[in-house]
Design a protein. Structure first.
Length: 258
């Protein structure tokens, strides 16, 4: 069945009212009709089987059943991504959502190329949230990870919620002149043999030009573990999803029959 998303407040008394974007997709793109049955996920882990009653600017339907779907990883990963240029952030948000992150925090770093007024950043964040929403629908997640408005680098180094493991990716390698005074370990050497269910990992990725040595040292001072990815330098839109995939395969549910 076709999958849609709804905000929890659009559900009440056994009925669902779809927002205008979903209603347009439902009616104009898919050309569904009253009597058709769809799945509506509330973004918090519940899925509703809905029979459409009306199809218009705001489609409505009645709930036939509800279930909690176990599509979330036991690993809680927050991606702190330095904002890249162009539409790369959309690709990063899409891949990160498919790979099961619970939160995306865009960061403004010294080498961030894009500069916008605060209101424009809020517009960008709304666009990225729509991408996360569509990606969650596509991959069958019942939870849509929040994507925040970009914030300064200093703010993301000390996010309020605690993390069990904080990893800062940097292309500097042990013995390489670029590494300066910051010791760097490989990702594999920095990971424990096992992690319990519910472990919160925070992952920091720099922009196209990478993080500066000063930014890496500041991250280390905030108890981030500085890690390298091996002999090749990955693009910013590749690095985050690649490491998330490694973490999910080793500690999460990627490749399991869960």
């Amino acid at each position: 069945m076709r999958r849609f998303t709804i905000a929890p407040e659009r559900l009440g008394d056994g009925r669902v009212v779809f927002d205008r974007d979903e209603s347009h997709h439902l009616a104009r793109v898919l050309r569904l009709r009253p009597g058709d049955t769809v799945i509506a996920a509330d973004g918090a882990g519940r899925e509703y089987t809905v029979r459409l009653e009306t199809v218009g600017e705001e489609a409505t339907g009645s709930v036939l059943g509800v279930r909690s779907r176990e599509t979330e990883s036991p690993l809680r990963i927050t991606l702190v991504q330095s904002v890249p240029k162009g539409d790369k952030m959309e690709a990063i948000v899409r891949a990160a959502t498919e790979l099961g992150v619970v939160r995306v925090v865009p960061a403004l770093t010294a080498r961030t190329i894009v500069t916008l007024e605060p209101s424009r950043w809020r517009d960008r964040a709304r666009r990225w949230r729509r991408v996360a929403k569509e990606a969650a629908k596509q991959c069958g997640r019942a939870v849509v990870p929040p994507v925040e408005v970009p914030r300064p680098y200093a703010d993301v180094l000390a996010l309020g919620d605690p993390a069990d493991l904080q990893l800062c990716l940097w292309e500097g390698a042990i013995g390489d002149e670029r590494s300066g005074s910051v010791p760097v370990a490989t990702l594999a050497a920095s990971l424990p043999a096992a992690l319990p269910s519910g472990t919160h990992i925070r992952l920091l990725v720099g922009p196209e030009g990478g993080l500066s040595t000063e930014e890496v040292e500041r991250a280390r001072a905030h108890r981030w573990t500085i890690v390298g990815m091996g002999p090749r330098i990955l693009r910013t839109e590749t690095a985050g999803p690649a490491v998330i995939a490694v973490l999910q395969s080793r500690f999460g549910d990627l490749g399991t029959d869960r």
